[in-house]
Design a protein around this ligand. Sequence first.
Ligand SMILES: Cc1ncc(COP(=O)(O)O)c(C=O)c1O
Length: 383
Amino acid sequence: MSSSVSKAAAALSIARPERPAATIPVARTIRDVKPYQAVSSLEAIQSRPEQVPLKLDWNESTIPPSPKVLEAIHAFLQNAHHLNWYPVLNSTNLIEKLEKFHGVPGDCLLITNGSDDALDTICTTYLDPGDVVLVPSPTYTHFLVFAQTRGAEIVPIYGPDAFESDLEGLLDAVARHRPRLLYLVNPNNPTGVIYSPDEVATLLAACPETLVIVDEAYSEFAGGSCIGLLQTYPNLVITRTFSKAYGIAGLRIGYAMGTPAVIQDLRRVFNPKSVNVLAQIGAMAALDDQDYLNDYLREVREAKLLVADWFAARGLPCRITPANYFMVCFEQAPWVVKRLQEEGVYVRDRSGMNQLAGYVRFSVGTVEQTRDLLARIERALQS
Ligand SMILES: Cc1ncc(COP(=O)(O)O)c(C=O)c1O
């Protein structure tokens, strides 16, 4: 580095205002937004290098991605020159693969930085301040932040039972509120509630002026998808991710699927160079290794059977979902979560959510990991 560059860098790194600058008010639409409460266990895990962690709090894959992902990234990095160039614009390389994989034309696909980015882009594109956004709840709460930052009015819809679907309730709510957006996580996080494509079609037909987002972050685990409805319903947009079943959450890549008109609208605001090159390469390689994916899905299915038997034998209420997580109701959820953490098990306390008193969410991994998990739960509960 030349001395002038290093001096500038040093000056930048030590520059601190002597007095706090006057506060610049944030945009009106942001004033009441509460940041998403992201609780990460990474620090706790890193502080205990002697313990094999079971990181089951964010529904990530519990195993590394396909070796082909690492091979593809290594091969790419052999030519370091590639890193000083921007990535393939609009990730057309991945779009080509997804076109074949889903049988969906390329102009129906937008590749994003994780599916969170797709959700955020949808909110930016379609919401005006004051628009109503209907959210079947309890559900994945990060979406609420995206809608709130556009100044939307969020209307949560609770059915009589958080663990049962309630199509009638949703139809009634769309008729009453005529929302601009409806956000349906399918299967739902954290309850596992799932609507069939026929049920989603009924919903889409009932509200042609509402854009219905179907978040399929966990659809690989559940099987089935609403992709087949895209040809019939122009008010449908589906989001998907490589963060869960494909095991590359750290690379941050996902996508949205909609009609060409919807995708064109999303492209008005989306930065075509924002998805990084390693994520593109990793996702293409992950998609190419369907055997690896299917082996993992099989492991998770088998592991869920073990879990169901184990909790049934102990009389603890356990809800196995079609996704890669299950929910257990404990009398003292926060205490259990703490005890589990001492055993190196990191889970998500959902007991503070409306209708979920006492419930803790556990991600499911392989059969071997699950045997280990059950042994650790046993120890935690005995103390
Ligand atoms: C329902 C749901 N949607 C979206 C996401 C975000 O996933 P991504 O990593 O693709 O941004 C998550 C992550 O937990 C999720 O549970």
